[in-house]
Write a protein that binds this ligand. Sequence first.
Ligand SMILES: Cc1cc2nc3c(=O)[nH]c(=O)nc-3n(C[C@H](O)[C@H](O)[C@H](O)COP(=O)(O)OP(=O)(O)OC[C@H]3O[C@@H](n4cnc5c(N)ncnc54)[C@H](O)[C@@H]3O)c2cc1C
Length: 552
Amino acid sequence: MANELKPEILNVALKSIDEFAARELPDSLLIELDEKDEFPEEIVRRMSSGDDLGIQLLFVPYEYGGMGGGAFDVYRICERMAAIDLGLATSELATFLGSDPIRVGGTEAQKQKYMSKIAKDGSLFAYGATEPEAGSDLAALKTTAEPVSDNGSVTGYRISGTKQWISNGGVADLFTVLAMAPGGPSWFVVDAGTEGFTHGAHEDKHGIRLSNTAALFLNDVYVDADRLVGGVEGQGLVQAQQVFGYTRLMVAAFGLGAGWSALERAIDYSRKRIQAGGPLSEKAGYTYKLIVPHAVALEASRAAIEETAERIDAGEGSLNVEGAIAKYLASEAGDAAADAAIQAHGGYGYTHDYMVEKIKRDVRITRIYEGTSEIMEMTIARGRWQEHLKSGGDYYHARARALEALHGESPDVGADAAALAHHALAELLERCRLEKLTRNQHVLLRLGALIAQAEGAEALVRRAQRAASKQLHAKAAKGLRPAALAAAGRVYARGAALTVATEAVRWVAGADGGDLGDLEQKLRIAEIHRAQAGLLADLQTVSEALYARRRR
Ligand SMILES: Cc1cc2nc3c(=O)[nH]c(=O)nc-3n(C[C@H](O)[C@H](O)[C@H](O)COP(=O)(O)OP(=O)(O)OC[C@H]3O[C@@H](n4cnc5c(N)ncnc54)[C@H](O)[C@@H]3O)c2cc1C
């Protein structure tokens, strides 16, 4: 992603999306389509057409006729799309997922051909990786690609197998399909309508019902050899891995956009809903539980997304662990926020007439597709475990020291509490190493969850510090003002430190023969308890800031 959009171009694109949605996608239509379980093909094709909204152009590299948006642009656009409708956003994502193996691993001729098709013709893609028996474990795939040879050279492949849960599966023009060739898993480009290639019915899903999802059936489907992505067999899993940091960022932005959309509706509702003599927005028992912590968690995930996007655009590689942290935090926070938004609407929230009910069903998918939350926990834990070992146990202590230095410069953003979370994490990881606790997979995955929370705290306090010193990324979302962001940083970092320490005790003591020894001192639990001072005041600060904002 060498190119990026200029901030003013990104703003125009975001405005166009908003205007398109205001004109064409009223809530009443989205609710009706959801109830009818209908994929609005005409709308999706117009959104993808250069003659209309042309969202596709934003993502396609400049040299292939697009506008060359970078990771940061993609995050902002995906967030905005998801705030409108996650099913429609998913349909767009499928085109980018589908073309990503070509973008990262295709030959120049393949890139020219297929990326230009997206840019010029608005072609819809689908990404066919998952199979009935190969989901999280893609290496278990059974779809095969048998070479067809002529005079000793491979001229084509015959592909057979079944793909499951494929977004745009029933409507796409082009498909990238992962199949086992003699040289290993490989991507192939298959046209819709090729002989032997059919799809199943539109799946009747819990949410994102505006997105078409279908199984694919490949029965001896012939493709020419130039349909093998990259021209070399066996690159498929590597190509899929190469785009994960980036595509998981897209799904993270979906969780963020949908979660905020639900929460904004709850905020609006609580301003008007009078109970026990006053609006719900003035009741701490309501806002401190149903609104503020969710806004804070969503902003922590935003901080993780923005840092990751900025680093991907700076050329730091695919950042798979950071992408996994961003996806995990945002999808879990988005789902929890949407659930709280139903609660915040009381009985009304439980009906189909209110968008929060639909958003809750929609956002649930972000915890499943592009790698489930459990797979994210595993990816995060394994990645950071290696760092812990390589650094002789100093990895998180070092990051904590950097946070302490930050606290010295900006004492009010919560960096001291985030540092406590990191020190505790370092101690927990070391204890797990000494007692070989990660042999129990549950402990390993719990580490992934704690690492995500602690790094989310670090990202949020850094974002608060950058906001205070007017050094946010030029295309950063403008939401909470610096003082409120600092309060949010303190709230989240305190929570992270407390959770890491409490869970550390839980799993170490809970292990067979677990003896805490001096762990509680090493975790600095008493200090973490004292760091909770001021929590209620900070919840109030964030609450006031949320209710003082004008809506976008
Ligand atoms: C609406 C929708 C759209 C989708 N779109 C696409 C698409 O366009 N293209 C595509 O290729 N795929 C798509 N998918 C598939 C999606 O990515 C997979 O469903 C997902 O990766 C999980 O795979 P699975 O469903 O086989 O579940 P499994 O892998 O069988 O997982 C089941 C449960 O077990 C857990 N689990 C799995 N492995 C482990 C492990 N080793 N240790 C501990 N726990 C584990 C999982 O976290 C999960 O909770 C879509 C799915 C849905 C529902």
